[in-house]
Design a protein around this ligand. Structure first.
Ligand code: NAG
Ligand code: NAG
Ligand code: NAG
Ligand code: NAG
Ligand code: NAG
Ligand code: NAG
Ligand code: NAG
Ligand code: NAG
Ligand code: NAG
Ligand code: NAG
Ligand code: NAG
Ligand code: NAG
Length: 824
């Protein structure tokens, strides 16, 4: 079968001279690898890149693991600053104009695993003896040969080495001897200048090599290139990258790639930054198609048509093993449509085709219906639109019959409803990548059931995107789509969902009971402050949770997350987890935040607080009893009541005046105490007392005397002792019986207990006393002198009357209207 794909011309209609933003990912990835290799905490990273430093600072943290001092005017690297950082594992000193390195420097940093001193002015390859070093970049310096120092022998674990200098024009047979026993896997060699000499056999010594990147143009002397390929054939190399192999205006003679046909190991061949003429392309492809190369990759090439009939590849009578064809960045030398005439049989086995960064805006109909084995088509980074990809003039019965993965990332697709319908034509399509487009959500979508994976990342979609998706989806990527909230209902629509990416949105809360089927969830770079046990309980199948770079609250909210969650679930732990609030710990790596179980778990607090409280209560009680707390409490109670009533009565009493503050009633047995203590203490503070020995009118019946005194006094004070009860109280029982009016006025009665008198021991006949002592608070006379102070103070405040004028008339009238002074 021989097929002319002239319609390709149409596809190339807008293949203008595209300006590409090519990812120089290979090396950047290595730098990231260096980060992963070395850094255990972001705190130990020192990034001093671009700080206009002329010296390495001397005060670096002594546990620094990662130091980037690239882009500084350093000139010389001294040893002193490195003596202090023995833990250093990653060092980058590129673009520093470096000419000299202290030979003793590396002795101080034996743990170095990554060293990048590329893009400097070193005119020698430094002596390095770093047994742990894995990645070494010495490219773009000024040394004039590739002779590696003998000390390189110690670097048994070196896996990646980059060498290159504009001044090194020759490769000697012995240049790489010191690495012949190393485990070097990837060699990047060349300074972008043509070599004058290459001693055959030099590279063959690096037996362990698996990947070679050559940054050497071979234009004038393609013989060198032939020799070099023979040496590559002696190593384990499967991956060959040729950078700037053929510059512009190059005279190609012979068949430089013929050696490829007999190199069984090389499987991946990459051509980078090169001008390729159609005549050379035919020559090159004939060899490649006869070799064991399964992947051919063109990165940033300029295609020039120097044959009048365009690109013409005749039919082949052998089987082709080619599986993957990749074009990543194609410029056109001529501003016209290239003519491509190819037997599609050649591509009958190709299952991976990438056509990226080419400015393509229309996909030709023929391509859509041919390429029978194609499983993956990557058309990212072009200028395709909905109608450019699904071109309306095409009529075809089958579209990419075996296609399973389609990437339309970084194009101009917009109508999701249209796309969902059209993908139904690709009967085997499983995954579709529409990231970095301009997707709109206007109309309902009707997805074919065979599509199970969709990426809509980096489109502005919003929260209702979930209702435009298919319930058959198993993997959904919605990173950076402007989602602000996620609900349980959103995900209930996807019973088969296993992978969900929601990175770089503004989600604050993860709902509980999210999805029973989810295996992997990415929620990094959102606004989540904590991850709870309930959330994880709602994700019973989860195996991977990426949640770094969120504003985590380092408080009890994170206690479970920090202490109980199995961290093997988190691929980005601990590097990407940093405390954000409270401000006191902002910036602290979460793995270094410590919170105790006690301060965070309520039941534990209770469990601990309970015994502690019991101990405290017991201690307080002991102190209370030891210091006669009961007595003081009683006194305090009396005092409070006095004050309370005092306030109530103040207005009533403002008009009522008495001759005495108090009438004192006592037994003669207690007269010694009354005369020596009570009277001096009370009268000493200005209170006037009625004492029967002194103030009773002689000859009168004692009860009358008592009544007179009581009526003329604001209060009546009983000094109770056993003797008083036995001998005196009977008079009062009588008195209370006679004066029912005063009966209620119990407030005016004050009892002092000189000795304990249990209520039960009182004679049954003294009903009044019993009930009074039951209801009434009484003052106990303390033996302790300090307590006596309190006793007197309390007693005095009970007897105090605001006004000292004594008016018997008023007192009498008060006595008659005694109900006024009752409690309520
Ligand atoms: C070393 O630094 C240069 C300049 O930044 C960079 O281009 C290169 O990729 C780095 N080398 C490695 C191995 O990462
Ligand atoms: C260090 O800082 C430079 C710019 O100052 C930046 O480009 C680079 O990514 C930073 N490196 C790391 C590891 O953060
Ligand atoms: C860098 O530092 C030098 C002095 O060390 C100063 O003269 C120069 O202006 C600085 N350059 C910048 C961009 O700050
Ligand atoms: C760093 O210095 C501190 C004291 O400043 C010391 O306690 C610590 O052990 C040192 N760490 C290392 C790795 O030398
Ligand atoms: C090389 O690395 C391996 C692990 O990757 C380690 O076991 C071995 O000790 C290293 N060799 C040297 C010389 O450090
Ligand atoms: C590569 O090595 C194989 C043997 O392993 C040999 O047959 C073949 O000729 C070699 N090819 C070249 C180009 O040296
Ligand atoms: C070839 O390159 C592809 C894609 O970069 C990679 O997956 C594959 O492992 C490589 N194969 C070899 C043998 O290097
Ligand atoms: C490609 O073609 C141009 C003009 O057609 C010619 O000048 C140049 O030397 C050719 N280059 C190669 C690498 O074939
Ligand atoms: C290419 O080679 C031919 C003869 O081998 C010579 O005449 C011509 O000048 C060369 N062209 C260039 C650009 O070197
Ligand atoms: C391709 O590889 C196979 C096995 O690896 C080998 O037998 C065969 O000779 C190789 N073909 C070429 C053209 O090197
Ligand atoms: C692409 O290749 C051209 C040379 O062919 C080079 O000048 C340019 O810098 C390259 N672009 C990138 C991004 O590497
Ligand atoms: C394959 O075709 C080439 C010419 O393209 C021819 O020289 C060769 O003999 C053919 N081989 C077979 C096996 O037909």
């Amino acid at each position: 079968m021989y097929l002319n794909i002239y319609s390709v011309q149409v596809a190339l209609l807008l293949w203008s001279i595209t300006i590409l933003s090519l990812r120089t990912h290979c090396l950047a990835e290595q730098e990231e690898e260096g980060f992963a290799l070395c850094v255990t905490s972001r705190r130990l990273v020192q990034n001093l890149s671009n700080h206009n430093l002329s010296n390495v600072p001397l005060d670096l943290n002594n546990d620094t693991q990662y130091l980037d001092i690239s882009h500084n005017p350093l000139v010389k690297l001294e040893a002193a600053p490195f003596q202090r950082i023995p833990q250093l594992c990653f060092l980058k000193v590129s673009h520093c104009g470096l000419r000299l390195i202290d030979p003793n420097l590396f002795v101080h940093i034996p743990k170095l695993k990554f060293l990048n001193i590329s893009h400097n002015l070193l005119d020698y390859i430094p002596d390095l003896s770093l047994p742990l070093l894995k990645i070494l970049d010495l490219a773009s310096n000024q040394y004039d040969c590739y002779q590696l120092p003998a000390t390189f022998e110690t670097m048994a674990n070196l896996t990646i080495l980059s060498l290159g200098s504009e001044n090194a024009l020759e490769v000697d047979f012995n240049d790489f001897d010191s690495l012949s026993d190393s485990s070097l896997q990837h060699l990047i060699l060349g300074g972008g200048v043509q070599w004058q000499r290459y001693d055959p056999g030099s590279l063959a010594k690096l037996k362990s090599l698996q990947k070679i990147t050559l940054k050497v143009p071979f234009c004038e002397n393609l013989d060198l290139f032939q020799n070099l390929l023979e040496d590559v054939n002696e190593t384990q190399t499967t991956d060959l990258q040729l950078v700037e192999l053929l510059p512009n205006l190059c005279n190609i003679t012979g068949d430089p790639f013929s050696n490829l046909r007999t190199m069984p190991l090389v499987k991946n061949l990459t051509i980078v930054n090169t001008l390729i003429n159609s005549s050379f392309m035919v020559l090159f492809l004939k060899n490649v198609l006869l070799s064991n190369v399964t992947m051919i990759q063109f990165v940033n090439i300029t295609y020039s048509e120097d044959t009048p009939d365009g690109f013409l590849l005749p039919s082949l009578n052998h089987t082709v093993v080619m599986r993957s064809v990749i074009f990543e960045g194609v410029h056109h030398y001529q501003y016209r449509y290239p003519v491509i005439d190819i037997n599609v049989d050649i591509f009958s086995k190709v299952d991976y085709l990438k056509f990226s960064g080419t400015g393509m805006n229309i996909v030709p109909c023929d391509i859509m219906s041919t390429l029978p084995s194609l499983e993956t088509l990557d058309l990212s980074n072009n200028l395709l639109t909905d109608s450019g990809f699904w071109w309306s003039v095409c009529s075809y019965t089958s579209v990419f019959p075996k296609l399973r993965h389609l990437s339309l990332s970084k194009n101009r697709f917009s109508d999701l409803s249209f796309i969902s319908k059209k993908t139904g034509q690709m009967k085997n399509l499983e995954s579709l990548d529409l990231s970095f487009n301009s997707i709109r959500l206007d109309m309902p979508c009707f997805w074919p059931t065979h599509i199970t994976e969709l990426s809509l990342s980096n489109n502005n979609l919003g929260n209702n995107v979930f209702s435009f998706l298919s319930k058959y989806f198993q993997r959904i990527d919605l990173s950076k789509t402007g989602i602000t909230a996620l609900t349980q209902e959103d995900l209930l629509q996807f019973p088969m969902l296993t992978h969900l990416v929601l990175s770089s949105n503004s989600i604050k809360v993860i709902p509980t009971a999210l999805s029973p089927t989810l295996l992997s969830l990415h929620l990094d770079q959102n606004a989540i402050s904590s991850i709870s046990q309930e959330t994880l309980a709602g994700l019973p199948s989860l195996r991977t949770l990426k949640a770094g770079d969120n504003p985590f609250a380092c408080s009890c909210d994170s206690y479970w997350f920090l202490n109980a969650l199995n961290k093997s679930l988190l691929p980005d732990w601990p590097l990407d987890y940093t405390c954000s609030t409270p401000p006191s710990v902002a910036g602290l790596p979460m793995s270094e935040y410590k919170t105790s179980k006690i301060s965070c778990e309520a039941w534990l607090q209770a469990a601990i607080a309970f015994p502690v409280m019991i101990v405290i209560v017991v201690a307080l009680c002991s102190v209370f009893y030891a210091c006669d707390g009961v007595w003081y409490t009683k006194m305090l109670w009396v005092w409070i009541r006095v004050k309370r009533r005092g306030k109530k009565q103040a207005s009533l009493l403002s008009n009522a005046m008495f001759r005495y503050h108090s009438f004192i009633s006592y037994s003669h047995c207690d007269s010694a105490w009354v005369e020596s203590k009570l009277v001096p203490s009370l009268e000493g503070s200005g209170l006037s007392l009625c004492i029967h020995e002194r103030d009773f009118v002689p000859g009168q019946w004692v009860v009358d005397n008592i009544i007179n005194c009581i009526e003329a006094s604001y209060k009546t004070l009983f000094v109770l002792s056993n003797h008083f009860v036995q001998s005196e109280w009977c008079n009062y029982e009588l008195f209370f019986a006679q004066h029912r009016a005063l009966d209620e006025q119990q407030d005016s009665l004050v009892f002092i207990l000189l000795e304990p008198i249990p209520t039960k021991s009182l004679p049954k006949k003294f009903l009044k006393l019993r009930s009074l002592l039951m209801q009434q608070t009484y003052l106990e006379w303390p033996k302790d002198e300090r307590k006596q102070q309190v006793f007197w103070a309390n007693l005095r405040s009970m007897l105090q009357v605001a006004d000292h004028r004594v008016l018997k008339d008023m007192a009498l009238s008060l006595a008659e209207s005694a109900s006024l002074i009752t409690d309520e």
